[in-house]
Design a binder for this molecule. Structure first.
Ligand SMILES: Cc1cc2nc3c(=O)[nH]c(=O)nc-3n(C[C@H](O)[C@H](O)[C@H](O)COP(=O)(O)OP(=O)(O)OC[C@H]3O[C@@H](n4cnc5c(N)ncnc54)[C@H](O)[C@@H]3O)c2cc1C
Length: 450
């Protein structure tokens, strides 16, 4: 069985890693870029600051993934306690917002608690994400945080999103617990799967995937952009003119682009792909020649005085994210802004608007603006696969047709399932599809059984 894997992000590398572990020899991986890692790659700018493609933190649901990471990094990583905060109404509220509303100014706090006391409706009867929010969080929390933050991060009309993806992605609410937190003036911080996380000492998140790719050697072909696929002849063509036959194709680039690249496709499949919605992102890295004493890891920004929805104190993840590892002299902020067909953002001035937003939200002052020594912009055309109401219907048209042609599309955008689209999930989708091909497994991650 000759297997071709497209894409050297976590998913493609997961497939390759497992093929290698199984001792299967007839496989090759082709990647468009000149580096591995995909959305989990890292870059060093010309001032020697390291940047991820947005704040990546490593946490895992799988011992198999942990083993691969351990082989890649050895002990060259730091382990951090999550410290995430929300900047709102000129104050800081620890994450998750709903458990820590006691930090809000009194009026806003009362509105949030009132909203919870007056909760109405059955969440299971709601038909979309926006309605679901109202029945779970109440009007105050929705008004101050849930609605503006989610509008900013998703960049779509929230009524068009489903609620089925939520599970462990959003901390839901326990009124008794919130009231106790208010009475006892207690911070409630420990929710969630990522309350501790690892980060590579050198080279940013991308170091994990470089480490995983290294032993796979020359089976990984960089600078090979897939441009078309003939599913009947089972051939994939690349921009550089190379053509490769395959028995099985594992695709990890975005599913809508795969469909567009396939010739002789039924109209129903092509039309279904038009229902796949994604947003895009602009990552602005700002290197500052000044020490920053702020233990927060990442911060959420729901308000409209900044373009970004999240900022990471990236120098806190590893000192080597700044020049010479010198955090007494340098700090680095990484800021993420969403754009989409519903939410346009002017790329020409996003760096300036990011700096203004940091100033408006009290993150940096005038003299610190003068000490910005590096401005780094990354444009990511595919950032979040949006779990829309039409997504599952579209996937149920596309995926069976592809699989009937021995094409398996997996990973964050390959499978288009945000709820299983993190690094660990994506890596394991690659592992599990290979396992299915050789041992008949049932791909638990893809099927939501994480
Ligand atoms: C802003 C942001 C923050 C994130 N934060 C976290 C986090 O904190 N923790 C976490 O676990 N995950 C996080 N993620 C998710 C993480 O980046 C993904 O889970 C992971 O990179 C997905 O891996 P993948 O291999 O499925 O896809 P990708 O990483 O997208 O890899 C796909 C690969 O296919 C290649 N490719 C595309 N088109 C072609 C073509 N035509 N021919 C050949 N190759 C092609 C691409 O160049 C790329 O290398 C974040 C993502 C974003 C966008």
């Amino acid at each position: 069985m000759k297997i071709i894997v497209l894409g050297a992000g976590p998913c493609g590398l997961g497939a390759a890693y497992h093929l290698d572990k199984l001792g299967h020899n007839s496989w090759q991986l082709f990647e468009r870029n000149s580096n591995v890692g995909g959305l989990s790659a890292s870059f060093i700018d010309d001032k020697d600051f390291t940047w991820d493609i947005g704040g990546h933190v490593l946490f895992s649901h799988y011992t198999y993934f942990d083993k691969a990471v351990a082989e890649a990094l050895g002990d060259a990583y730091y382990e951090h306690q999550r410290e995430s905060w929300i900047r709102i109404l000129q104050t800081w509220v620890p994450y998750p917002f709903q458990n820590n509303v006691r930090h809000l100014p009194t009026e806003a706090l009362q509105e949030c608690v009132e909203g919870l006391r007056k909760l109405q409706g059955d969440p299971s009867q709601t038909t979309n994400f926006r309605e679901w929010m109202d029945t779970i969080f109440g009007s105050g929390i929705v008004k101050f945080f849930m609605e503006p933050y989610n509008r900013k991060v998703w960049g779509v009309v929230l009524e068009t999103m489903s609620k089925e993806w939520i599970a462990e992605r959003v901390s839901v609410v326990d009124l008794g617990r919130i009231e106790r937190n208010i009475t006892e003036q207690r911070d409630d911080l420990s929710w969630g799967p990522n309350n501790t996380f690892k980060f590579p000492k050198q080279g940013g998140t991308g170091a994990i995937y470089e480490g995983i790719a290294r032993p796979l050697g020359d089976r990984i072909h960089l600078n090979h952009e897939m441009v078309s696929i003939d599913p009947d002849a089972k051939r994939v063509s690349f921009a550089n003119g190379r053509v490769e036959p395959y028995d099985v194709l594992i695709n990890t680039p975005p599913l809508d682009l795969l469909v567009a690249a396939c010739c002789a496709l039924p109209e129903t499949v092509r039309a279904a792909a038009e229902n796949l919605v994604h947003n895009s992102g602009l990552i602005v890295g700002l290197g500052i020649e000044e020490r920053r004493d702020d233990s927060k890891c990442w911060m959420y920004f729901p308000e409209s005085n900044s373009p970004f929805y999240r900022v990471t104190n990236f120098h806190n993840y590893s000192p080597f994210n700044v020049p010479g590892g010198d955090t007494r002299r340098y700090s680095s902020l990484m800021c993420e802004t969403t754009y989409s067909s519903y939410k346009s953002v002017d790329k020409a001035d996003i760096v300036d608007r990011t700096v203004q937003g940091l100033h408006a939200s009290g993150m940096i002052d005038g003299p610190q603006i003068q000490r910005i020594v590096s401005r780094y912009l990354i444009d990511i055309p595919y950032s979040y696969p949006v779990p829309t109401l039409g997504r599952d219907g579209a996937l149920s048209m596309i995926q069976p047709w592809l699989e009937s042609r021995d094409i398996y599309s997996r990973g964050r955008f390959g499978a288009w399932k945000y709820e299983v689209g993190n690094m660990d999930h994506s890596f394991m989708q690659g592992v599990e599809v290979v396992e299915r091909l050789f041992a008949g497994g049932n791909e638990p991650t893809l099927n939501g059984r994480v």
